[in-house]
Design a protein around this ligand. Structure first.
Ligand code: HEC
Length: 142
């Protein structure tokens, strides 16, 4: 009973905190925002696929996918677009930094996974999702 009440209180406090939305607003041009949203949907797909491969013991494949979809190799994919459709340059530096850290984390995971060392790769996996969380909890674009 008491535990249930406590849990409810925690949920209420959490939803109140969410309702306040203390995240900083980054204003991106509409085209850049659209490009970012597309990239994000790809990120979600990639993370899910990487977890699925890891669970199936396909460590090297997980590493390859992490590098090409989220790692340093995936950085600068908007380079050839018009300036107002490139999310990176319009982000405040602190926000952009989190994005770059995410690419680095994915490449570090990929490097460990390429050796087939499952334990090492697993230990680096949370750094990858950590970058998604760090940015989403600090920044919003609308
Ligand atoms: C540098 C900041 C940053 C990082 C890192 C980041 N995101 Fe996002 N993400 C955003 C922003 C900003 C939006 C809102 C875009 C918009 O205006 O629609 C977003 C939106 C999304 C959405 C919603 C897309 C939609 O359909 O509207 C998903 C899903 C998502 N991100 C997944 C991820 C995943 C998974 C990762 C990690 C692999 C990640 N993001 C990393 C900033 C980030």
């Amino acid at each position: 009973m008491q535990a249930k009440t406590l849990f409810l209180a925690a949920v209420l406090i959490a939803s109140q905190a969410l309702a306040e939305d203390n995240r900083q607003l980054a204003t991106l041009p509409p085209a850049a925002q659209e490009a970012l949203r597309e990239e994000m949907q790809g990120n979600l797909l990639a993370i899910n696929e990487i977890l699925t491969l890891m669970a199936a013991g396909k460590v090297k494949e997980a590493g390859q996918l992490a590098e090409t979809s989220l790692g340093k190799s995936a950085q600068g994919k908007h380079r050839d677009k018009p300036f107002n459709a490139r999310p990176g340059p319009h982000m405040p530096p602190a926000m952009h930094e989190i994005g770059i850290d995410g690419h680095t984390a994915a490449s570090e995971f990929a490097k460990a996974a390429a050796t087939g060392d499952r334990e090492k790769a697993l230990s680096l996996l949370p750094n990858l999702t950590g970058a998604c969380v760090a940015c989403h909890y600090s920044w919003r674009t609308r």
